[in-house]
Design a protein around this ligand. Structure first.
Ligand code: ARG
Length: 577
């Protein structure tokens, strides 16, 4: 079923169009700010009235009269509010009917996309020369939530893990690897700590000119397709990917090897990109480097800002690869390409998108969107580091999350068997790290703080997981039965909860459009709040039998909705905590 908001927008929009005798109108329906204003309000009357030189209240009146001639069953009544809003009061009966349907078929809560499209989502995308660190956490988690939502809406989603697997660093690393690692079997051990391996190789490179020369030569050989160098490189990449996969598994992130869209994939295209830019008359030379200058990009003092696509030594750059990747996306008939990447790369993407359009690598059939996110900060407000100032490895951070959650669970529930406490701790710990990130507006910097994310109060994973487990425990205590119908909504808390459940759909539509998973988090937090109010005000197991059945059905649907929402965020709830 279409979301409530979507549906109301279309019926009121049509009535508006009829009243103003125009093609289409925007009813601009939003959830009401106050209970007295109904469940929803249409705010679009004023601007449409202005556009058609009518009095807003007259227009509102006309719309109401025309709708009342055959009032859709969803609407109980309509009222004019303020200078020309329409307040919309929904019918309890229809709310019950829809909720009852959703109990039988929870998928109905998520409306499928009206026009499913082919979407590419570039996310996680670490550099394989080093270990994944906290800088990759946000993009990995946010990107994964976005792909889950888009897929659930019925879009064809192509995950693209644009890993950095090419460039001079790999000459140095593979040369060092060949020197220090004897047998292939020793590789996993030697590369167990990529960070220190990199450090050692770099030290060698800086100190020993003979080694440095060898490393440089191996880059050239690698680029020339030398089988021996390529083999060493493949072994290194393979090992490094295994590190990433361990993190993906720990995080329950859906990326696999099939989703690789590595930089190296584009090697052969890079020279073609330069030729095509030349043909499009976009290339200019600056200090020996090949650049594209577009008038809309200027520096602080108004000087033209280039996008460099080939260095003076002939080497290609990050931007060249991204241009090649856009061209391929276009060839694959992808309609929307999302780049879930750090906000600090926003100028890079603006420039690359603009150059791609100017060169015809992309056109209006492909929407290019940088889904940016802020930096992860420590409690001191500075970029998150270890005490000694090193970058924090993701694998270690996740271990710490589990350990902290284990201590918490043990404190709360010392009687549970240890294995169960470990299992709960894993879900809570990882869930907390993910949720803390997802629940913030992604565009701002975000403060990583263990104590807030592991708190059972506020908009946190433990709070939501606990709410879910609490509902499950009520359902366990209920007499056996098939609670499948919501028969009445006599109490306001009951109605509010039921309506909230039906609003999941419009939140999902918004996440699909804006790529802001925090909207879904806020929704789940409010939903849990609605449940708690219902639970405090409406007896469930002690109510008389038909009332109890209806309320148990509502509990069941609340649990399903929470589970569905958490699942879209990549968090698995627990029946017991
Ligand atoms: N590997 C890059 C980094 O670690 C991110 C790549 C993002 N994706 C892209 N198409 N540029 O910063």
């Amino acid at each position: 079923m279409a979301s409530l908001k979507h549906y109301l927008n279309s019926v009121i929009g049509e009535a508006l169009a009829e009243a103003t005798q125009s093609e289409s109108c925007n009813a601009n329906v939003i959830t009401s700010s106050k209970p007295g204003f109904g469940d929803y309000q249409a705010n679009g009357i004023m601007s449409e009235a202005k556009r058609h030189r009518m009095k807003p209240r007259d227009l509102a009146q006309q719309v109401i009269i025309s709708l009342e001639q055959s009032l859709p069953s969803l609407i109980d009544r309509l009222e004019i509010g303020g200078p020309g809003f329409i307040n919309i009061f929904l019918s309890d009966r229809e709310i019950r009917t829809r909720a009852t349907l959703a109990i039988q078929e929870p998928d109905l809560l998520v409306p499928p996309a009206e026009n499913p499209i082919k979407v590419a989502v570039d996310y996680s995308s670490p550099n394989l020369a080093k270990e994944m660190h906290v800088g990759h956490l946000r993009g990995t988690i946010i990107g994964d939530a976005i792909v889950r939502v888009l897929e659930r809406r019925g879009h064809t989603v192509i995950r693209q893990n644009h890993v950095g697997d090419w460039g001079t660093q790999f000459g140095m690393l593979t040369t060092y690897m060949k020197e220090t690692v004897g047998a292939v079997n020793d590789l996993p051990n030697a590369l167990a700590d990529l960070e220190s391996f990199y450090r050692d190789a770099k030290q060698r490179f800086d100190k020993d000119p003979v080694f440095a020369e060898k490393a440089r030569l191996s880059v050239v050989k690698l680029q020339g397709g030398d089988e021996d160098c390529l083999n060493a490189w493949r072994m290194f990449i393979d090992e490094s990917l295994r590190h990433c996969e361990a993190v993906y598994e720990a995080l329950d992130v859906t990326l696999t090897r099939n989703d690789l869209d590595a930089e190296s994939r584009y090697n052969d295209d890079l020279s073609v990109i330069i030729e095509d830019l030349q043909k499009a008359d976009l290339l200019a030379e600056s200090k020996g480097a090949k650049c594209v200058f577009l008038p809309e990009f200027t520096g602080k003092d108004g000087e033209p800002l280039p996008l460099i696509v080939q260095k003076s030594d002939g080497g290609y750059l990050y931007s060249t690869t991204d241009l090649a990747a856009i061209r391929l996306r276009r060839k694959m008939s992808i309609q929307r390409a999302l780049y879930v990447v750090d906000a600090r790369q926003s100028l890079h993407f603006q420039q690359v998108f603009a150059v791609a359009r100017a060169a015809g690598f992309s056109n209006q059939d492909l929407s290019l969107e940088h889904v940016s996110y802020g930096t992860m900060m420590g409690k001191d407000g500075r970029p998150f580091k270890t005490r000694s100032g090193d970058t924090v490895k993701l694998a270690e951070l996740l271990e710490e999350a589990k350990q902290r959650a284990y201590e918490l669970v043990t404190e709360k529930n010392p009687m549970l068997p240890d294995s169960q406490r470990r299992e709960i701790a894993e879900r809570v710990g990882i869930g907390a790290v993910k949720y803390a990130d997802l629940s913030k507006n992604r565009t701002s910097d975000y403060i990583f703080d263990w104590s807030t994310m592991l708190s059972f109060e506020g908009n946190t994973a433990p709070y939501l997981l606990y709410a879910y487990a609490r509902i499950k425990s009520i359902l366990r205590k209920a007499p056996k039965g098939n609670y499948h119908a919501i028969q009445n909504l006599s109490e306001p808390e009951e109605r509010a909860l039921c309506l909230k459940i039906l609003q999941l759909g419009e939140v999902i539509e918004a996440v699909d459009r804006d790529c802001m998973p925090n909207q879904l988090c806020n929704y789940l937090y409010e939903l849990s709040g609605n449940f708690m109010k219902f639970y405090e005000n409406c007896p469930i197991l002690k109510a008389e039998s038909s009332q109890a059945e209806s309320r148990l059905a509502l509990c069941r649907l609340t649990a399903e909705t929470l589970q569905l929402g958490l699942d879209l965020l990549g968090i698995t709830p627990l029946d017991q905590m």
